[in-house]
Structure formats: structure tokens, C-alpha cells
Design a binder for this molecule. Structure first.
Ligand code: PLP
Length: 339
């Protein structure tokens, strides 16, 4: 453990902690010699070893054409965690970084066909559920979970877009999520607004987040993470039916948080698919999201997405070390030179 910490301290780090799961200094991944598996605390590693057979992980969610949230965020997150991502699309949204303009739901029969076709063809290790749109699509997902019997199910009960407040599920759908889908999930990951909508409670502080997590378990969830990323202290609260854990960490100041809820739930799914226990999966997912926000950049006029692939990006070389010629052309083709 000591050795691992020193190893990580060599790099730029983001710190997250949980009283039971430990402290994790998460590397920024800018080192070229970063190994596939980074030790970080006893029995923990940051990524799945690269094997020819990656775990197949399914996202059931909406499509955000700006690439920040929904299916696109989920698939990028799976890929960077060494999982093979597949997707069933519940809705096509019309949106940019400036907000959601409209949503167009996939007919329930088409969603069912996507799910059945994928499940007939592949062995799915884990499922992440995001935007569902309406009750009909939520019911198709419940039927699918009952027939496919997938061991790991992460339910992100997406209710509305942060950007414009657009509803991403109707009232009947949200009721179905509360009464039917929550009990089919390994873990449910609402943000504060979603936890309020599901419990009817007002959540202003960590104590209320904890109370809401307990209420959701009473309502049938096996485990709940209430995400406090937008609260003053960025603490996430996990209740697994027996123990409450708080996950604290660096609060990163950045407008680029679009899709952070989707990304967190997808990172938890990928970590569970790679065999990690829930509390470790939550700690690693929080660290990943924190770092991806820290390394984010703007892509449009509104709040940008996370930088999901920051670990693959290298710092530019110091000037003069690998200087690239300005023209990059053969001298003979430069102006004024005749062959
Ligand atoms: N899923 C889709 C398709 C969306 O468009 C959005 C937000 O716009 C979300 C999920 C929720 O995103 P976030 O992770 O920011 O809560």
C-alpha cells in the first residue's frame, strides 16, 4: 500500500476518499509509461487488464448528438475502462451544449427488438440504464431484465436535463422506475434532484442525502448512491442496506459537467463488470469523473462534456524537443525552390 501510494504520487493526482474504502490518489494518466494496471490501495487497481476478451457492457439510454451525455458518454466511459460497450437507444434527443430542444422516443417495440437482438447474440455482463423517456420503454426494460437475468444492473434514474430542465421521463415512467425498476437493480444512482423526485423529500445537506438513500432502500432498491456533485462539498452517499458510506473528494471548478451523472453510473457499471466490489467501484468511478471534469475543455457555446479519454492524451512535448518543421514539406516543394 505504501509502495503503491509513492508510485502514484509521482504523477499529477486527484484525491478522493471514503472512510471504509480508503483514500485514492487518482493519476492524471499523462505519463507515457503508465502501466495497464495501477496499484492504488490494497487489492485495488484502476483499470481492467487488457485481455482479448473484454467484458460486454450494455447501455440502455438516450442519444445526445453533442456527445456529452447519454449513450455517447456511456460508450466512451466503457471503452476507457477496457469494456466492450453496446447500446440500445431509448430516445433521440435534439440538443447541443446549449440544451435539449426536443426528445423523440424510440417505439417500445423497437426498443424491445434492439434488446432481444443483442441478448440473443452476446453474453452481456452488465447493464447500465439511463434515460427511458416513458412508462412503455421502462416496462420493456423491466421485462428484458427479467428474461435476460444479467447479474449487474446499474440504474441511473434520469429525470431531467441539467441544462434546460427538459423532462427526460414522464410522470408515469418515473412512478414505474420507483415501483418496478429500482428493485431489479444492483445499485441506483440518483442525483439530488432525482432522489427528491423519487422520495418526495427535500434534500439540502448530507444528512438528508443519507435519509433519502435509506428511503430508496425501503422502497425496494438494494443499494443507492445519492450523487452530491452539485452540492457545496461534492460528497456522494452510498447506502447498501447495511452501511452508509460517504465519498468525499476534490471539488473541481468547471462549467463542463454535462453528462457527469451518466459517466459516473457507467464507470460504476464498468468497474462492477471488471469484478470490483460496489464500494471500490464507487470510489474509482468518483475519481474518474473528478479527473475527467478537471481535464475537460469546451466544445461549444454552453457547458461542455467531460474529457472521457484524458488518459489517452499526452501532454505536448516541450518546445525544441520534437520540433515539427513549420511547412512539413519537402524542401524542393517550398516556395522559391526549383527542382
Ligand atoms: N441522457 C440523455 C440522453 C441526456 O440528454 C441527458 C441530459 O441532457 C442525460 C441523460 C442526463 O445527463 P447528466 O448526466 O448530465 O445528468
Amino acid at each position: 500500500m505504501e509502495r503503491a501510494k509513492k508510485f502514484l504520487a509521482l504523477r499529477g493526482t486527484t484525491r478522493v476518499h471514503c472512510e471504509a474504502a480508503g483514500t485514492l490518489d487518482y493519476p492524471d494518466g499523462s505519463e507515457q509509461d503508465e502501466p495497464a494496471i495501477l496499484p492504488c490501495a490494497e487489492g485495488m487497481s484502476l483499470s481492467h487488464p487488457a485481455t482479448p476478451q473484454l467484458p460486454i457492457v450494455l447501455t440502455i439510454a438516450g442519444f445526445d448528438p453533442s456527445g456529452g451525455a447519454g449513450i455517447a458518454a456511456d460508450l466512451k466511459t466503457f471503452a476507457t475502462h477496457n469494456c466492450y460497450g453496446i447500446a440500445a437507444v431509448t430516445a433521440l434527443t435534439v440538443q447541443s451544449t446549449q440544451g435539449v430542444k426536443s426528445t423523440h422516443l424510440t417505439p417500445a417495440v423497437t426498443l424491445r427488438a434492439q434488446l432481444d437482438t443483442l441478448a440473443e447474440d452476446m453474453t452481456i455482463v452488465a447493464v447500465k440504464i439511463g434515460m427511458l423517456g416513458n412508462k412503455a420503454n421502462a416496462a420493456v426494460v423491466a421485462e428484458f431484465l427479467d428474461s435476460a437475468q444479467i447479474a449487474i444492473v446499474v440504474l441511473d434514474p434520469v429525470a431531467r436535463a441539467q441544462s434546460g430542465g427538459t423532462e427526460l421521463i414522464d410522470a408515469a415512467g418515473l412512478k414505474f422506475v420507483r415501483e418496478e425498476l429500482m428493485k431489479r437493480a444492483t445499485v441506483v444512482t440518483p442525483n439530488v434532484a432525482e432522489a427528491e423526485a423519487l422520495t418526495g423529500m427535500e434534500i439540502k445537506d448530507v444528512a438528508a442525502m443519507e435519509a433519502a438513500a435509506r428511503k430508496l432502500v425501503e422502497l425496494g432498491a438494494r443499494a443507492v448512491v445519492v450523487k452530491g456533485g452539485h452540492m457545496e462539498k461534492a460528497i456522494d452517499v452510498l447506502f447498501d442496506g447495511s452501511e452508509v458510506l460517504h465519498f468525499g473528494g476534490d471539488k473541481v471548478k468547471s462549467p463542463n459537467t454535462h453528462g457527469s451523472g451518466c459517466t459516473f453510473a457507467s464507470a460504476v457499471t464498468a468497474q462492477l463488470a471488471c469484478g470490483r466490489p460496489l464500494r471500490e467501484a464507487v470510489l474509482l468511478a468518483k475519481a474518474y469523473v473528478t479527473k475527467a471534469i478537471e481535464k475537460s475543455f469546451s466544445v461549444g457555446k454552453g457547458p461542455g462534456p467531460l474529457n472521457h479519454f484524458y488518459r489517452f492524451q499526452q501532454e505536448p512535448p516541450a518546445r525544441g524537443v520534437h520540433e515539427v518543421p513549420q511547412h512539413g514539406m519537402h524542401p524542393a516543394s517550398e516556395p522559391g525552390v526549383r527542382g
